[in-house]
Design a protein around this ligand. Structure first.
Ligand SMILES: NC(=O)c1ccc[n+]([C@@H]2O[C@H](COP(=O)([O-])OP(=O)(O)OC[C@H]3O[C@@H](n4cnc5c(N)ncnc54)[C@H](OP(=O)(O)O)[C@@H]3O)[C@@H](O)[C@H]2O)c1
Length: 288
């Protein structure tokens, strides 16, 4: 089910048809956060292609997003793994064949799970780096010709996990640090071609699987730790996405837009669980 509706156009800060004639290519677009980013762009006039491995889920989400704005087209491209650059090249070609162009790219597909270092296998680490970091690289590789032709914009979906040491997230933190570095390098390298590159770094977003895993039952509500005193909404990320793709951000490139209610400044959330929890995990039998 979609999160946004026509009231996003009528009652929001943005003008209708802001993205008329534009096409956005979104990996992970059937997922929780990137789906709502896509909804906002489509409601404001864009057409879209969303990509994922699960064909049924991706097609269903595309049909529901398309229903938000009469006249829009949203392609649901399933059986695409971002680790496979050729699959992404095929998806980019299908998007251009059916929608005519690609102006904006959101590299949002990611894998996440909690694991301490001692129980994280080398393969599991590699898998997260391959989906998050290599997958983001592949996404830009596959759409580069269109980005160059249309003087487009890239938005990587990062996180705040690597701004300080977050236990049980070494794999994701390392991948997202790489994504930030990739975005900065591309902003410099592709800027002279007219292409902008930015990252968005969501904080704790309510309703996502990641958040559900982070909140032990019966613990103090996490929003109490957020300076703005609430968890993030998927709409918060969508609003910042609209800004970063809009002409209002035409001089904004090489930045990391943190959307987290200032939460990362508070630091780790383990409280009294630290260091007991990490010592217990670290003393277990090592896993390769
Ligand atoms: N949740 C949070 O609070 C939070 C905080 C900070 C950053 N983020 C970042 O925000 C982004 C979205 O997070 P989310 O919580 O909305 O995740 P989500 O609901 O799990 O969605 C992730 C999407 O990525 C796709 N995907 C995963 N592996 C893929 C692969 N190998 N190839 C192609 N597609 C793949 C999945 O679709 P298929 O299963 O169909 O492939 C899914 O639709 C991620 O980059 C995440 O790291 C989230």
């Amino acid at each position: 089910m979609s999160t946004l509706d026509q009231s996003f156009v009528k009652n929001s800060s943005w003008k209708p048809d802001l993205f008329k004639g534009k096409v956005v290519f979104v990996t992970g677009g059937a997922g929780t956060i990137c789906r709502v980013q896509t909804e906002a762009l489509v409601l404001l006039g864009a057409n879209a292609a969303i990509l994922g491995r699960n064909a049924e889920k991706t097609k269903k989400a595309a049909a529901e997003i398309q229903a938000l704005r009469p006249g829009s087209t949203v392609l649901g491209l399933g059986n695409i793994d971002v680790r496979d650059v050729n699959a992404l090249v095929g998806a980019a070609k299908e998007t251009v064949d059916k929608l005519g162009r690609i102006d904006f790219v959101i590299a949002g597909a990611a894998g996440n799970f909690l694991s301490d270092f001692n129980h994280l296998s080398s393969n599991a680490f590699k898998s997260v780096i391959s989906i998050d970091l290599l997958g983001s690289y592949n996404t830009v590789k596959a759409t580069f010709e269109q980005l160059r032709k249309n003087k487009g914009a890239i938005l990587f979906v990062s996180a705040t996990l690597h701004y300080y040491g977050v236990p049980f997230q070494s794999h994701v933190g390392a991948a997202k640090a790489g994504i930030d570095a990739l975005s900065n390098a591309l902003a410099v390298e592709l800027g002279p071609l007219g292409i902008r590159s930015n990252c968005i770094a969501p904080g704790m977003i309510d309703g996502t699987e990641g958040m559900a895993r982070l909140t032990p039952p019966g613990s103090e509500p996490l929003e109490r730790k957020v300076p703005l005193q609430r968890l993030g909404k998927t709409r918060d990320i969508a609003e910042a996405t609209v800004y970063l793709f809009s002409p209002a951000a035409e001089y904004v490139s090489g930045t990391i837009q943190v959307v987290d209610g200032a939460a990362w400044h508070i630091g780790g959330l383990m409280g009294s669980m630290y260091p007991g929890a990490v010592i217990k995990q670290g003393n277990d039998t090592p896993k390769l």
